[in-house]
Design a protein around this ligand. Structure first.
Ligand SMILES: [Zn+2]
Length: 191
């Protein structure tokens, strides 16, 4: 399951600009935290000396007329070199927008959640993200018959938990927004 929104955003950026180098993508990624959205078509990107910036702030905007993104660095003395290419300020904005979209998609995403208690002496797995905590570790019987409380977040409604290669539990997942599932997973270890 590829749920990490940042990874999704980076992969989308790479796919949209297949000719771009790893270092171009990396620089965009380094700038991600420096991007501020003013409007949907106007952004501010803080300059970073270590990335070759000579200004403390760059403006990145979308020109409807030209149908493309511009950056203030295109209009400086050294800008002509950058203008032929897409500067990493613009790349950072593109990454930011893709990241935001991926996050929003994730917020809307629905998943299935199930909890169960299982006995297992091998490795526990499930068809989803698995959260495991031992039950009754202080009991002398624990090591003979180790029991675990498990929580699974899955894309599938039918959730299957395996111990080694054996199915030890099967449950119909409850449909919830992913954010709720994450919240439950955090609480799972606290309770
Ligand atoms: Zn720029």
């Amino acid at each position: 399951m590829r749920r990490d929104p940042l990874r999704m955003a980076v992969e989308k950026l790479k796919a949209d600009f297949p000719g771009k180098s790893y270092s171009w993508v990396k620089r965009a990624l380094l700038r991600l935290g420096d991007v501020r959205e003013v409007r949907d078509d106007l952004y501010l990107v803080e300059g970073r000396r270590e990335l070759g910036d000579w200004k403390s702030l760059y403006q990145v905007w979308f020109s409807q007329r030209e149908g493309k993104w511009y950056c203030t660095c295109y209009f400086s003395t050294f800008g002509m070199r950058r203008k032929r290419d897409i500067c990493t300020h613009v790349a950072a904005v593109m990454l930011f927008r893709r990241y935001k979209k991926a996050l929003e998609r994730l917020q809307r995403k629905r998943v299935y959640v199930a909890e169960a208690e299982v006995e297992c002496r091998q490795r526990l797995t499930a068809n989803g993200e698995l959260y495991v905590k031992p039950v009754g570790v202080r009991d002398l019987t624990f090591f003979a018959n180790p029991r675990y409380r498990v929580l699974v977040i899955s894309d599938a409604k039918r959730i299957v938990i395996k111990c080694g290669s054996y199915e030890v539990a099967e449950a119909e997942g409850e449909e919830v927004p992913l954010a709720t599932a994450r919240f439950l997973a955090e609480r799972f270890y606290e309770s």
